[in-house]
Design a binder for this molecule. Sequence first.
Ligand code: TXA
Ligand code: MG
Length: 353
Amino acid sequence: MTTTKIWKVREAGESRLRGELKEAAALLAEGGLIAFPTETVYGLGADARSSAAVERIFAAKGRPSDNPLIVHISDRDQLDGLVLPYPELAGELMDRFWPGPLTIVLPAREGALSPLVTAGLPTVGIRIPDHRAALALLREAGCPVAAPSANRSGRPSPTLADHVLDDLDGRLDGIVDDGATGVGLESTVVELAGERTIRILRPGGITAEALLQALPGAFIDSEPTGESESAPRSPGMKYAHYAPKGELELVLGRPEEVTEYIRSRQEAARSRGEKTGVLAFEERLAAYEADQLRSLGSEDELEGAAHVLYAALREMDAAGVQRLWAEGCGEGGIGAALMNRLVKAAGNRVVRV
Ligand code: TXA
Ligand code: MG
């Protein structure tokens, strides 16, 4: 066990930020394990060049070693040292979306990073996060930083420093606490599948619509989620993920029928003495009477649901909820990422009523 230090930088203005992160950055550069906020979720960072440091990430998370890590940089200048020449379309994506929640899978330059980061793949996923504390820490540390989400493997990703502490206290050297993250779901992971084709390996903060709008003439090729589970191109997608401790069922269909289904299941579970929870959109929240009821905000503004989803799942756990239900949503915009996470959190228990 190590003592986990916490640097609270929420109150620090731009001018003080880098100074307050000096100790965290020095620990990171010396092979330490430091969690930090990004605009998506908190990441668990280590020097991506050091196998000893990166090994600690896998150990702390309990993460399978065949699941590669995303490398975070603060400036495009760092890129050439880490990757081989890449397609023009990748450069256009960087111009348009970095800093931001878009991870681009690029051909890795051999020997530039610890082989543990890429899990033996010839490619590496890279992004520049759009977050003041993340950027300040990366600049101060001066090294590429490998960082998966800072949760124990399989648990919902952390959107608050407290979530990191709940999962990893004593397993890391420190946490930079700059309050709640923004998007609330992880970055979109893409690879280039042809001259003008972008393949979405994991839907996330940058929507398919935003990609198409920014790059007219480009095509999107989304990896189908069902059949390809046995050999996904993004290794992480095959593992159980984002799961609450209670049994979650995701319910899709016409709103009245969804409500009726959840109500009857919830009442039956409660009469069996089980502690129940419901995650529902504001529009129908009042229809439910679960022990734990959490609003996902309005279904007309799914960014709100993305922002609160992981915290809501963790609150269900904290309250000891054994059976829970979530309303599904449309797959337009950030809805694609939301549904992707909900299906996984539900361990594929999805009903269409
Ligand atoms: O928003 C995010 O992306 C957060 C923050 C901390 O940056 N990070 C994150 O990392 O979600 P992680 O490790 O939880 O998810 C990384 C995903 C996995 O699904 C992994 O398989 C995929 O990215 N990935 C990483 N490198 C890859 C590569 N070379 N080829 C294909 N997929 C890759
Ligand atoms: Mg993760």
